[in-house]
Design a protein around this ligand. Sequence first.
Ligand code: PSV
Ligand code: MN
Length: 397
Amino acid sequence: MPADALEQKVWKALDGFRIELPSWGFANTGTRFGKFQQAAAATTTAEKLSDAGQVHRFTGCCPTVAVHVLWDFPDGKFSVPEVMLMAERHGVKIGAINPNVFQDQIYKHGSLGNPDPAVRRAALQHILDCIEIASATGSRDISLWFADGSSYPGTANIRHRRRWFEEGLVEAHRNLEPNQRLLVEYKPFEPAFYHTDIADWGMSLLMARNAGPQAKVLVDTGHHYQAQNIEQIVAWLLSENMLGGFHFNDRRYADDDLTLGSIDPYQVFRIFHEIALFEWETGRRAEIAYMVDQSHNLKDKIEETIQTAVTAQELYAKAALVDHAALARHQGKSALVDAEECLKDAFATDVRPAIREWRKANGIPAEPLKAFRESGYQERAARERGAKNAAAVTSYA
Ligand code: PSV
Ligand code: MN
C-alpha cells in the first residue's frame, strides 16, 4: 500500500510504465572510428536476450526486447520460434521488429527510395517478411528506419523518391494484421548528408497518414536539430493521434546515442509531461511504445541499460507529479511563474524513496544497479564470452 499521496501517484505511474530494450544495445558497437570490445558483450542473439532479461529482472519495467531482423534472426523467418523460445527462457518477450534495409550492398543508393525498381522491390519484400515475423512473434509494432537519402546536390530526384516511398509504405500497410502498426522513424541526416528522404516529423506524419490508419510516427530523441522543441512535436503528434512510439537516448550534439537523461533530463521530463497532460485532459491512455535506442560503447552495457531504465522510471514518475488542475488554472490566467513552477516543483521532487518502496512491493531489488553488481552476472559473462569478444567474433546464432 502506498504510504501517502505522492507515493500513490508514483506507484500508479510506474504500474503503467514499460520501456522496451534494444537487442543491439548489448552487443559490441562502435563509432565510425572503431569499436572497443568489451569482454562481457553479447555475441549471439541468445546472449543479447539473456542480458536484456537481467535488466528486466532487476528493474521490472523492461519485459520486451526490440530486435533487428538481420542481426537477430540467424535463419530469417525460420529461426523465429527458436528466438522466441530464447526470449522466454530469459524472462522477456520479443517486441518491435526492426527491418534492416540499410546494410546490404544493394542499398548503397537507398531502399524504398532507390531509383532501381528491383532494389525497391527487395526492400519491400524484406519489410513484408518482417511483418510476417511480427505476426509469428505476436509483436504489434514494425519499426521502420530508412537510411535513404543523398549526399550531393542534384544527385537524386527528391519528389520521385518521395513517391516511391509512398508506394512502398502503402503496400507494407496493406499487409498488416489488424492489431499491427507501422512506426515511421525520421532522421535529419546521417548516413546521408545532403538530404534524407524522411528527414523530420512532418515528413514521417505525411508518409504515415498516406500509408493508412495503422501507421504512426516514431520519435527518436536524437534525431533532431539542436534547438528543436521535441516536446512540442510530441504534443502535436498526440493531438493528431499520430504518435506511435519513441526511441529514447540523449545527446549533446547530434545522434550521439548517449544514456537517457545523462545530458538533459529536463528534456525527457518535458516529453513525459506533455504525454501525462494529454492523458489527464482526454481521460485516455496514449498508445505509445516507449523504447530505448542507445549505443553502449563505453560503459558496461547491462549497467548502462539498467541506469537508463531507472532514469526513465524516475522522470516518468516526476512527470506524473505535475498538478494538472493547478497548471490548467495558471495557464488560463497566463500566470507564467505559477505555471512554470508546477513543472519545476515536480521535476525537483525526489521520487527515489517512493520508487524504492514500489520495487519492494513488487519483489524487485530496491537498488537495481547494486543488486545486479552483487549478482556476479557481469563477471560470469566476461569469463564465458571474453575469448569470443577478444577475437571480435560476432555470430548470429
Ligand atoms: C538510426 O540512427 C537508428 O536510430 C534506427 O532506429 C536504427 O534502427 C537504430 O538507430 C540502430 O541502427
Ligand atoms: Mn532510432
